[in-house]
Design a protein around this ligand. Sequence first.
Ligand code: ZN
Length: 186
Amino acid sequence: MQVLLASAAALVNIATDGAARGRPYRAPRGGELGAALAEALGLPAGQVLAEGEIARLGRTAGALREVFEALAGGRTDDAAEALNALLDANGARPQLDKFETEGGTGEWRVHFHGRDDSFAVGWSAGCATGVAMVLGGGLAGRLGVCAATGCDRVYADASRNAARQFCSTACQNRTKAAAFRARQAR
Ligand SMILES: [Zn+2]
């Protein structure tokens, strides 16, 4: 679950334009975007994402950004609708996959697959499912958009007290320093 949420946030943060840590952010395009997404989502080394897969992941990132922004704005209905569309578009379905374990008996785990087993559809379905389970589980407050000025990167808060407001410690520190300077200037 946590892997899916972290992957959803990484997908949005890599593939959508906006601002990051006080600077404008322009997502890489084409093959460069493919390489960045392959690394973030763990495509086996030596494999390259096809153009269509990169495009699909880009669309998923855009849809997921809508979801994070809707949740941050308190528009839960909009977030749910966008997620349902994404689940539907990728044919998200749970499946038991068997993993090898030491000792050899193996262990079954629930994984979320998509309509087909391509990398882009699988990750799109998986990320959408992870976010949907958070929203549907009453934990939507754990998904957010960075509160720092000049940043719109998103995060999935896995901390125990769920008090996260920033995408990174860089943004947290920058915001604290600005507040300190503002107090000094008074
Ligand atoms: Zn930030």
